[in-house]
Design a protein around this ligand. Sequence first.
Ligand SMILES: NC(=O)c1ccc[n+]([C@@H]2O[C@H](COP(=O)([O-])OP(=O)(O)OC[C@H]3O[C@@H](n4cnc5c(N)ncnc54)[C@H](O)[C@@H]3O)[C@@H](O)[C@H]2O)c1
Length: 349
Amino acid sequence: MAGAFRVALTRDFLTADGRIGWGEIGLDALTSTTGVSWEFLTSETTELPPSVGMDYDALIVLSPTVSATTLSAADRLKVVARFGVGYDNIDVAACTTAGVLLTITPDGVRRPVAVAAVSMMLALTHRIRNKDLLVRNGRWHDKLDYMGTSPTGRALGLLGWGNIGREITTLCAPLGMRQLATDPYADPTTAAAAAVQLCSIDRLFAESDIIIVTCALTPETHHLVNADRLAAMKRSAFLVNVARGPIVDEEALTAVLANRHIAGAALDVFESEPPDPNHPLLGLDNVLLAPHAIAWTDQLAFGNGSSAIRAVLDVATGVVPAYPVNPGALRHPKLSMLKARSANEHHQS
Ligand SMILES: NC(=O)c1ccc[n+]([C@@H]2O[C@H](COP(=O)([O-])OP(=O)(O)OC[C@H]3O[C@@H](n4cnc5c(N)ncnc54)[C@H](O)[C@@H]3O)[C@@H](O)[C@H]2O)c1
């Protein structure tokens, strides 16, 4: 298509036999937009080559690195839309310098990750893994040894009250849980309106029956869940981590689980992924584990894909996308044609 706005998706969206591994990701919106052409990159590389910056107006990126070298000749490239909310694989400063807007998809992950966290919480407190094994292993009559913990009336502690933490609050409200949250940047008025009590981290660890880790990983939150905080938890309490592995000191967590100082944990994320197959956590019966994919559902795939594609089409039609990571890039002459969306066009963040 001559003069088209050219979009490429990274090759790792495709399986070895050429299917889209994530299933339906909303590509129809690209296909049906006049003046836009799209394709998958033909080769799979861990770092995207500089040619992508000359050949395409937009990239939709899964896992390859977009480095300063990738962007060294980005005369054409205007937007990198990351499928998901993590962007450790993208050099943000290099994007800004090159006049490339980086966008993420918080609207795509919000509900699916929150539902996944609540699923982990309920599976853990209802001891679903233990009870499944009782049936399989002919231990039906041992069931009194695996009494569960009902969420109703219990204290839920959210460590981080952002996009996903707030959605967990909404999902858990009908369960009748008392909700506490620790987040130095949360808005007290919004929290009060959601019947969430903002509190210190010490109070959160001492009072909560279930703690869900949903904060960002930053230098400040690395090992925020450490041996002292784990020791302050109730013996009956549970910990769920769907955020990032290094927020929790895994060695300290393994110790409190092994000596039954807390009741159990559910982990979708690990300090090192995948974890060492000999890691002692893998041998404990009070732990539920998932391969950083507990939230991977049809709705996550469609939501992330649709959000990333919307960002690309916004740029194609001259509008600033809803979720830019580096708005400073908008000052670059290459992006000067983008107009702020009107107030009623704003997506809810
Ligand atoms: N498991 C998965 O598949 C998956 C998917 C998406 C996101 N995540 C992770 O989930 C987490 C939450 O994502 P989100 O979209 O809600 O991000 P977000 O940026 O909207 O929310 C993160 C919150 O952490 C808070 N925070 C920062 N420092 C803190 C501190 N010291 N103590 C407590 N809170 C602090 C921030 O104020 C913010 O409100 C992130 O770590 C993200 O990487 C995991």
